[in-house]
Write a protein of this length. Sequence first.
Length: 409
Amino acid sequence: MMVQRVAIISVHGCPLARLGEKDTGGMNVYVLELARELARQGITVDVYTRVHDPQEPRVVFLQERAQVIHLPAGPYDEGKTGIYGYLSEFLDRILEFQSSHGLSYEIVHTHYWLSGLVGLDLAARWDVPHITTFHTLAEVKRRARPGEYEPDLRAAMEFRICHEADLIIAFSQHEKESLERFYHTEPSKIRVVPCGVDSGRFRPMDRFAAKKALGLEGKKVALFVGRIEPLKGLDLLLQAVAQVEDKEDLAVLIVGGNPRKDQELERLHATASSLGLAQTTRFTGTVAHQELPTYYNAAEVLVLPSYYESFGLVALEAMACGVPVIAARVGGLQYVVREGETGYLLAWHCPDIYAERLEVLLNNEDLRQSMGKAARSLAADQTWGAMAQELANAYDSLLFPAQPALCKV
């Protein structure tokens, strides 16, 4: 037997939103790919999310058996920190849509703590199991970087969800251990299912052509892709680049952020200038997800000096393109990157260590190619389809628990 219809709740993370801005990133990609792959496996999926763009249709059909349903709840431009006050409105909108369309669900799968709270109520009303994926955790973020603020409300609600949800999906063993340690979650309620990557879209391309497309001919490119926030460690990246001895042919490409809205981006511009990197560093702003393969393939190395990553999807995307990764040994990154094989994992947030590893890779083409091939080989085995199959199995385990064998007398 197999689950037939699933409600995916992603209050602030619309799978169709533009990536790289303050509240968009890997979670949006994850929800989109999960919905598509579950649909390919014969499961009907409805993704409920807030209206984020008044021009967006209320219902967007992704493909057969998968649709995204945009529901109004609060101002269109409300950031995720303000959405908590509109959760009851969002819940009512889901119930109205579900009732008016005669829909019924066997599983509720929520993403992030805001959605988790909605999921607790829906699961009780519909009498169905509730699976949740946190994506990030307040208690881990608080410990990751000095001064990182996460409200007590969030941590308390995450604790509640951990103890009331039927199953929790973690991206790595590190996340599982964090759930057990900081939230006292029962280990049997946690299942580790790593993310996947579309290795058909993210694949090695002609590097010269990619550089030419971005106006980077003759440059050695160090790339960052992600949201622009202090937790990503971009100050450290810029300080490391400043220590690289030969910068004449070096280009640093920072992909993400909205130049019209993002004060952190303005601050980083100033930091780059103060370090003498104004001509070396290019801030691209947000880039459509389908365009990212060109950016990865134009790069000699991806650098992720994050203080916390629950998984590190961009590392896997870069690896699928045959690009080695220099990353912090934190969170899920330590399970994505293989030290000395597909890149380097650095335990200390020290610019000089990052500068040293950057110089090693930028100046050694044979090493880059060797690591790139290993990275592609490793990433190609981690597909979204395999991830979705594991989640479908998790759904089935809740709906159709194995019966103990009867002993013959």
